[in-house]
Design a protein around this ligand. Structure first.
Ligand SMILES: [Zn+2]
Length: 112
């Protein structure tokens, strides 16, 4: 792996580099965190209202968690306190969401 060959964030008017761990998302860390927090918010809302989870929801739960862990590892040598806090917070929320799904036997919207 040779540095940050992933290019720049796909958000308009954002010139931040994409960390290697987010190459598939094509997002810089800040924008990835923004979107991830939004995803968890929406999903928590839906769960509380008793709406079924989509099969894809569990996939991004895992993908997001993995991406955060990878980013934490990569940034370990040059930690940005604010981003680190946000990543740790996101991990906590993702873990809670996982717990929630497990304990409330949230229905999975799966074709029979
Ligand atoms: Zn960005």
């Amino acid at each position: 792996m040779s540095g940050s060959a992933a290019g720049n964030c796909r958000k308009p008017s954002c010139a931040n580099a994409i960390p290697a761990a987010l190459a598939t998302e094509q997002l810089c860390l800040d924008h990835f965190l923004d979107e991830a927090f939004q995803r968890t918010d929406t999903t928590f809302d839906r769960c509380r209202k008793g709406a079924p989870m989509q099969p894809g929801d569990l996939e991004w739960l895992l993908t997001d968690a993995l991406a955060v862990v990878k980013n934490l590892e990569e940034g370990a040598s040059e930690p940005d306190a604010h981003q680190r806090d946000r990543m740790l917070e996101l991990l906590l929320i993702l873990a809670n969401l996982h717990e929630y799904v497990a304990h409330h036997s949230v229905r999975l919207d799966r074709p029979a």
